[in-house]
Structures are given as structure tokens and as C-alpha cells.
Design a binder for this molecule. Sequence first.
Ligand SMILES: Cc1cc2nc3c(=O)[nH]c(=O)nc-3n(C[C@H](O)[C@H](O)[C@H](O)COP(=O)(O)OP(=O)(O)OC[C@H]3O[C@@H](n4cnc5c(N)ncnc54)[C@H](O)[C@@H]3O)c2cc1C
Length: 718
Amino acid sequence: MRKPLLLTLLLLLIALFFIFDLGDWFTLESLKQQQTQIAALRAEFPWLMASGFFVLYVLMAALSLPGAAIMTLAAGAFFGVWQGLLLVSFASSIGATLAFLVSRFLLRDQVQLRFGDRLKAINKGVSQDGAFYLFTLRLVPVFPFFIINLLMGLTALPARTFYWVSQLGMLPGTLVYVNAGTQLAAINSLSGILSPALLASFALLGLFPLLARAGLRLVQRRRVYSGYNKPRHFDRNLIVIGAGAAGLVSSYIAAAVKAKVTLIEADKMGGDCLNTGCVPSKALIRSAKLAQQMRHAEQFGLTSTQPAFSFKQVMSRVQAIIRKIEPHDSVERYTRLGVEVLQGYGKLVDPWTVEITSATGTVQRLTARSIIIAAGASAAVPPIPGLDDVDYLTSDTLWDTMADRDTPPRRLLVMGGGPIGCELAQTFARLGSEVILLQRNAHLMPKEDPEVGDWVKSALTADGVRVLTGHSPLRVEQGPHGPRVIATHQDREVILECDDLLLALGRKARLQGYGLEALGIPTDRTVTTNDYLETLYPNIYAAGDVAGPYQFTHTAAHMAWYASVNALFGHLKRFAVDYSVVPWCTFVDPEVARVGLSEQEAKAQDIAYEVTRFALDELDRAITDGADQGFIKVLTVPGKDRILGVTIVGEHAGDLLAEYVLAMKHGLGLNKILGTIHVYPTLAEANKYVAGEWKRAHAPERVLNWLGRYHQWRLGKE
Ligand SMILES: Cc1cc2nc3c(=O)[nH]c(=O)nc-3n(C[C@H](O)[C@H](O)[C@H](O)COP(=O)(O)OP(=O)(O)OC[C@H]3O[C@@H](n4cnc5c(N)ncnc54)[C@H](O)[C@@H]3O)c2cc1C
């Protein structure tokens, strides 16, 4: 109720101003005519006139009324340069801040709601650089004063910053106008005050902060590089350290644009994804799924059977699949593409030099204008007491350690209920292991909505996994047959025995041993970069798991584009990495896929949303396939056809998600999905049905009622 009241009051005041033609008082002619009378009054009541003038100025500025320039001239004419400057400087800044606050109070929520995450980048820019840009705008008095006030109110700039930056930035312009006011009689037009020469000097003044910033960047660069001798010539345009997804894509792009590029890999080409991550895990998941389908074959009208298999064979299939994909990432392929591949350990020696030590111990040094760090991540091993005294596995070691085993672990304890832990727990349970999944959080996959975690918990439980959520590992001991984990749950100690312990407690960026420390490149949990993926040294970039914030193969490849293009062409144009639409999928069964906001994220960020759902048990193809578990949940802006986020739980959720990723990336709404033909019977039809649900919920009831009457009338009955 307060908003409408304030709005009415403001509109009333503005209307009165125009109804009574008060604007006529704030013209150059009127000011000149009244100059002697006002000067006399001012001589008689100096304080009253000064405070009256101040209040009037604040009001005019707060209501965004025209006349600020005339008032500023008047200040010079009646109060002289210094008193006039003092009055106007404070009155205009206070008035501007009031206008800013009014705009924020009345409009900001609606604007943020309407344009939601499209404003994210602007908000981020304002929080980083808002004061700087406001200062630049204020310095140049040709930008309309009231528009700056109102627009800035819509951003996240703090009011205090707005006030002091405005006061400081407007000072030179105010001085020029107040000073001109002292010569009021000689002024014939407002535009005359700002002569072309004066305008040019203001424009230069406005450019000054930009130039100063560029200069500062140059100085900072020089300081960063001081103490190093920049080579006069370089051996390579680009050196890439690490041949995982990020490194491969970076070097591929560089070679494609004919740059001289060297890719250095210390271990296996293809990195984590090919050798110990996505590929082996998905290959094992497939075998496990078949085993599960055999066990439940009666659901498809066949005879259920207990799958008999050699685990060694299953694991050798995993290796065979790696070998099948290996050529895509091989030295030979990349050499053919124009990349020089060196097998060895790369170490930064200075900002342009990398030392490469091969497996045989030979050392060579290469210089490059730019370097991309794509060193990836390794399994995190938290300091749990006793862990060092037992044998444990991680996703890095699991594949080699288990390659020669005839049977899967009898009792496996998986520590960590994130995506990797859930995928592997379900897989081993399906392969016949007795699996305990230990999770500290109250839900599995806590980055997803709790209902998704619960869904995964029941899927895993149905497959025989003993899911222990809300259990914190306390210590690890050696038991009679393998590690023993002692955890706490609701203040009680729980003792868990297993034959094999698998840690799935996250992935830790590789930050040590290759020169980051010596060069003083800042790191936190990952290598610190700016939006252009530049590290402290603007010619050294980082991409993929080593830089975060996401740890996926597709985000590594996405970042690689930005890193390599900025590394090779950044001196001409730099591109800020775009994380606005990032999808991912966890390959448990049923799969869990997401893009954009989840409900818990929308709540945490105070973003208004509507939910539309479609249950897969209503989808023909899901029913025929015996895959009718799961749902699609779409978050949209209330009353608007704009997708904020999508979560899918179901068979092939990762593939189904692609339609929404495309829609969100290109600003398409659910109406467009509804208007697109989907093949019958496919799982993809679910996307159309959820769009239909949304449409039904937004049906124009009044129009439909009229249509009903129209049809009734067309029946020709009374
Ligand atoms: C079990 C598991 C399953 C996963 N499943 C999926 C999935 O389904 N989908 C998905 O998108 N992601 C998945 N991931 C994540 C994915 O594997 C990673 O996000 C991706 O591999 C990151 O690529 P990267 O290039 O940043 O790093 P990496 O692939 O780790 O590559 C880094 C490379 O750099 C090399 N290196 C490091 N330091 C040096 C040095 N000094 N000199 C030379 N070489 C060096 C390393 O040897 C390594 O080969 C999974 C991960 C795991 C562990």
C-alpha cells in the first residue's frame, strides 16, 4: 500500500508543477527579469533565502523536474561562486539520491523480477564497477541528470556510494554552471554556457577515468611482470598444460586458427574424463543396468535371471571402451590437427616460459606469448582420522585397482552422496556388491532440490543400496576384513564394516608442483581468474576443473573456447566467459538433469517463480519402455513465458534436457516448445506435454468463457 501512496503523491506534485506552469519560473528569461528583486531579498534575508533555495533545489531534483541548470545558474547569480557551489553541490546530490531511492523503491523489484537473470551480468558489473561508471557519467554534464538518477536506482548500487560518487563527479560541471551564473546578464542561452571547447574538455574529463583505468591496468601489468625479462621472440603462440577436455579443446582451437601451439600432458591423453571419469563410469553403468534388467526381466515378459558374469570381463569391457574412444584424444590425431604434443610434465618457469620434463628425464624449455593452465582436478581426500592407515579407493584409482579382480567388492562403503558417489554406489549394487552409501547431508545430491535427492535415495534403496544420510564420518580404522568407518548420526556412533572403501568426496583442483606458487599466481580452491579466464598474469589463462566453478567435461570445453580465443586474440577483443545457461546430468537410474535454477536456488536468491510439472507415468513411450518413473519440473517467471530452470528426473533425462538448454540459450519459451512437432511416441514428447500443462494453467479464462457463450449461440438453441 505504501508504494501506490508514494506514487500518487509524486504524480500529484509533478502534475501541480505542470498545471500551474511553474516551469515558466525556471527559464533564463524569468531568471533575468527577477534578478534584481531576488538579489534584494537575498541581501535582506540571506539565511532564509539560502535555505529556501536549498530545499527548492532538493525538491526539483528529487521529483526529476526540469530546471536544474537554471537553478544552478541562479545559485551563481545570487550567492556567488563558492556559496553557490556549496549549496548546489549538496542540494543536487541529496535530490539525486532521493530520486534514486524513489526509483529503487517503486520500480526495482518489478524490473528485477521481470528481467531476472538477464540482469545478473549488469548487477555483477554494477557491484564491481558501478561507482566507476557513475563517476564517468557524472563528470560529463551532457548526460541528463535525472535519467542517471532513475536508472541507477534500478541497479544494485548502494545508495551511499551513489551519493558520494555523484557529489564528487558533478563538482566540475556544477562549478562551470555556478560560475557562469555570476555573469547571468551576459548569458543568452543555456547551450551557450557549454561552448564547444568546454564540452570537449568535459568529454575529455569523462574519458579521464577510463584512460586512468587503462593506465592503471598497464601499470599493474608492468608491476606483475617486473623482475621478469619478457622474451623478444617466442617459440610458440600458445602453450597448453594438460590434455584433458579443457587442454584438448584449447589446443584444437589454436591449431584451427593456425597458431603455433604446444600441448603438454604428463599422464594419459584425454585426462580425467576419458581415463578415470565420465567414460569408464558410464561404461560400467551400462553393464550394471543390463545386470539389473536381467534380474527384473519379468517386467518385460521374460524370465528373470540372476546375471552370471566375470567382473574382470566387465572391467576389461570398460578398458576396451576407453581404447575405442582414445583415438579421438590421441597424440596422433592432435598432431594431424596441427598441435605439437609433448608428453612430459610442464612447469611454469616465468610468465612466458614452460619447462617440460619428459618421462625419460630430458628437459626442454619453450617460450610462448600465452599459456593456458588446464591441469584439471584429482579426487579430494579430506583429513579424516585414520584414513591414511587403511587402503581406500577413489575414482582416480578404482579402475586400475579393480581391473584384475574376478568379483566386485563383496561389501563396498561409498563415502559421499554427490553425483559420483551416487552413480558408483548404484552401479556396484547392481553388480552384486552390498553397498553402503554414507552421506553427511540430510539429502543425496544436495545441489539439487531435496525432492530430487529423495527420489535418488529411493531409486538407490530399491537397488539394494543402504543409504545413510545425515551420517558424518568420524574416523576410520582397520577392521578384520577391510576398513571400518565410524560415523556419527544424531549424536550416536555408528560402526560400518566393509571390504572396500571408496571416497567420493569431491574433486580438488591441481594447484601444486607446476609453478603457480613460485609465480605467486593466486589460488583459492581453484586458480583465481577474472571473467576472461586470465590469472594474475594476463597472458596466463586457466580453464576446466583447475579453474572451476563447474567441474564437467562440457564446461571445461566451453571455458577452453574463451581461454584460447582470449589468449590468441585478447589484445584485439576479449570475451567474458558466459555461464548463463549451464546444463548437467547425473547418470543414476533414473537420470537427473538440470539447467538453470532449481527451486531451492530460486528461493535462496529471492527470485519469484512458478512451477509446472509433468509426471512421466503419463507418457506413452515411458510406459511402453517400462521407464515411467520421474518427472519434468519447469520453473518460469510468474505470468510470463520465460524459463528460469528445468529439472528432469527420468530415463534419458540428459538428452531430454537439450531442448530446454537451446530454449533458454536463445530466449525461447514454453509456447515455442508447444508449437513444435515432436515425434510420437518418444520420451521427448514429455517436453511438449509440460509446455501444454503450463499453457493450460495460463489459459485466458475470460476469453474462454466468451468463446463458450459464442459456441452456445452457434448451436442455435434458446
Ligand atoms: C567418476 C567421474 C565421473 C564423471 N562423469 C562426468 C560426466 O558424466 N559428465 C561430465 O561432464 N563430467 C564428468 N566428470 C568430470 C569430468 O571428468 C571433468 O570435469 C573433466 O575431465 C575436466 O577436464 P579438465 O580438462 O579440466 O581436466 P582433466 O581431465 O583432469 O585433465 C587435466 C590433465 O592435465 C594433466 N596435467 C596436470 N598437471 C600437469 C602438468 N603440470 N604437466 C602436464 N600435464 C599435467 C593431467 O595429467 C590431466 O591429464 C566425471 C568425473 C569423475 C571423476
